[in-house]
Design a binder for this molecule. Structure first.
Ligand SMILES: [Zn+2]
Ligand SMILES: [Zn+2]
Length: 381
């Protein structure tokens, strides 16, 4: 095992906290790092721990407007102002203490992952705290202050990368990176997500294909609710590798939201942890096959913060690190997680299969349409 893998650890990012009762609680990420540690994946000889540092304004402003950064800083320090104009207020994006500092740490952690990969220190790097893919240039959205995947991509372009492929498997459309790079032919964005008239953020339909000069550089796979493991994996396998291989990126950036899980409280997909294990293999193979091994991965959504998120992201990280943890979760971790949850957590990574989802037929039809629109041979992948 010669391949080096980076694990970005950023415990300071726990200040990214919208307050009690908000679904994006910091424990999701803290319990993930705890499980990675309990499985001794961070002690593997090929795993490097990467520290984080807040991104500076110049870096954040590769993506965000100075007015938005200024508003975020002032709102998070208790100043009064018209913060609603920037997306802040009651609901999804409440103003919280040190909001700018928190967002800058998350963005800095994704930049640290990008830097470690781009410099060649590691081949793959994972920032579990990242993946805040709804933030827009001048507006917070969907629990996201700064768009750390977009900042990392912009950082890579500035560092000299010629092409970046961004693959987003969160249950919500990756609208931030798609919008930010819509007219940018050097960035291919592919998002697989649940899509329904009432479902956040409402974008990500088949017709969104990239702006003038970048046609085909945005690809969307809009699944109906109740899509299950098999149809979701078949779409991922048959669409993402051929497109990314054709694009020949210097770096593969992935957002690994796991709010696609059947038990997630904010969405209606039907996935189990098997999908995450397989997706990890598909994306890992793809990074080597199409991007010279350079793979920057972030977390993302996932609101079963004790029962699902730590297992999902530990499975992804284990694949990156070339390790196969035992199926039984470590006892000590289970106890700690159950204490925090005040309820039971699953004791294994694997889960019983749920069988085909009610949405599978429609999901397969849409996947076929995406393949046809993008001239992908049906047997590819
Ligand atoms: Zn999400
Ligand atoms: Zn590898």
């Amino acid at each position: 095992m010669s391949e080096r893998v980076g694990l970005v650890l950023c415990p300071e990012a726990r200040i990214y906290d919208h307050g009690p009762g908000h679904p994006l609680r910091p424990d999701r990420v803290l319990l993930t790092w705890d499980l990675i540690h309990a499985c001794e994946l961070d002690a593997l000889p090929n795993v490097a721990r990467i520290p984080c540092e807040a991104a500076d304004d110049v870096t954040i402003e590769l993506v965000h407007t100075p007015e938005f950064v200024d508003a975020t800083r002032r709102a998070g320090h208790g100043e009064d102002g018209d913060w609603a104009r920037f997306g802040y207020g009651p609901g999804d994006n409440p103003i919280f203490d040190r909001m700018h500092e928190a967002g800058a740490l998350v963005a800095g952690a994704s930049v640290a992952a990008a830097q470690a990969v781009w410099s060649g220190d590691v081949e793959h790097a994972f920032n579990a705290a990242g993946g805040l893919h709804h933030a827009m240039p001048a507006r917070a959205s969907g629990f996201c202050v700064y768009d750390d995947p977009a900042v990392a991509i912009a950082w890579l372009l500035r560092a000299g990368a010629e092409r970046i492929a961004y693959v987003d498997v969160d249950v919500h459309h990756g609208d931030g990176p798609q919008f930010i790079f819509y007219d940018e032919p050097r960035v291919l964005t592919i998002s697989l997500h649940e899509y329904a008239p009432w479902f956040f953020p409402g974008t990500g339909g088949l017709s969104e294909r990239g702006g003038r000069g970048a046609e085909g550089c945005a690809v969307n796979v809009p699944f109906p609710p109740f899509t299950g493991d098999e149809a979701w994996l078949d779409a991922l396998r048959s669409i993402v590798p051929p497109l990314v291989r054709r694009f020949r990126p210097d770096v593969l950036v992935t957002q690994l939201g796991c709010d696609t899980h059947a038990t997630d409280p904010l969405a209606q997909m039907q996935l189990t942890t098997r999908a995450y294990r397989e997706a990890a293999t598909i994306l890992h193979d793809l990074a080597h096959d199409a991007a010279g091994g350079r793979w920057v991965a972030t977390g993302g959504g996932g609101y079963q913060w004790a029962r699902v998120v730590p297992r999902a992201w530990t499975l992804y990280f284990a694949e990156m690190a070339g390790a196969e943890p035992p199926d039984d979760l470590p006892e000590g971790w289970i106890e700690a997680a159950e204490f925090q949850l005040r309820g039971e957590v699953p004791t294994t990574f694997s889960e019983p299969a749920l069988g085909p989802g009610e949405g599978d037929r429609e999901a397969r039809r849409i996947a076929a349409e995406v393949r046809a629109m993008n001239a992908i041979d049906g047997d590819a992948g």
